[in-house]
Write a protein of this length. Structure first.
Length: 272
């Protein structure tokens, strides 16, 4: 089976990068076994691909995965990884094509379904994304990323109570999964559980002081309750960590905060 070696949280969703090593017999597209020199070359390219991904240079990472696919076109991990690079560049249709190929090559591997779901979410094809996450959970019933991502899709459909259940399950399975905790907290706020949500925001900020997402949410929520000095203090930290939270369109459509949380942030930004 394909072995997941790196998880990336991107705006509340999780995608999985995979290692090609050991995923399939090491052979080129012709069926000939690769020699030691080719294996060394592939390992070097893979290392460059992961390094480019870690630096956020997804265009370069895509190029490296393409180079590897020219040598090993039947390796599903490589197709899935190139798809992830394309998702990160918002090349969603191309990404879905790559994930489709990975699934064709190894239909029982859960991670390409998870990754395809993130691309489908980007296209607001939430029902299809949920079907992919359900498939992941058929294959890996305790996959916290699948629960978190399915919660995001259900939130996209306005199914907030179901989203809360999924986010909570993700945090039960992976207590250190900060974005799942954040998504759970934001969904609580959306359903009118503001006091509980604020307590959760405070706890997350104490645990992860550089977590801009929760500091921004806490600033907006505290402003709503009249605690303006504390709200402004958190906002100063946010602007030093991630200036994107000043952009309400980004918060609403890319990060995809719930409507009530976006409205609270809008009040804060306009009246600050």
């Amino acid at each position: 089976m394909i072995r997941a070696i790196v998880s990336l949280s991107i705006l509340g969703l999780t995608i999985i990068l995979l290692s090609f090593g050991g995923a399939l017999p090491v052979a080129a597209g012709t069926g000939d076994l690769l020699d030691a020199e080719q294996l060394t070359q592939l390992q070097e390219i893979e290392n460059k691909a992961f390094s480019a991904t870690n630096r956020g240079n997804f265009e370069a990472a895509e190029d490296y995965w393409t180079q590897m696919l020219e040598i090993m076109p039947e390796n599903p991990a490589l197709w899935s990884n190139r798809g992830n690079s394309r998702v990160s560049q918002n090349e969603l249709e191309g990404a879905i094509a790559d994930f489709n190929r990975a699934i064709e090559l190894m239909p029982e591997a859960p991670d390409p379904y998870l990754n395809r779901g993130t691309a489908l979410e980007g296209l607001q094809r939430y029902e299809e994304a949920i079907a992919d996450y359900n498939r992941v959970l058929e294959l890996e019933p305790n996959d916290p990323a699948a629960y978190n991502n399915r919660g995001n899709s259900k939130a996209g459909l306005g199914q907030w109570e179901e989203a809360i259940a999924d986010f909570y399950k993700a945090t039960e399975l992976a207590p250190q999964y900060a974005f799942a905790q954040a998504n759970y907290t934001l969904a609580l706020y959306q359903t009118g559980q503001q006091e509980t949500a604020i307590r959760s925001m405070r706890a997350l900020v104490r645990k992860y002081p550089k977590f801009a997402d929760m500091r921004a949410a806490l600033a907006a929520a505290l402003w709503e309750t009249g605690k303006r000095g504390e709200a402004e203090s958190h906002w100063v930290a946010v602007t030093g960590l991630d200036s994107r939270y000043k952009d309400l369109e980004w918060v609403a459509n890319i990060r995809r905060w719930p409507p009530s949380m976006v409205a609270a942030l809008q009040k804060f930004i306009k009246l600050q």
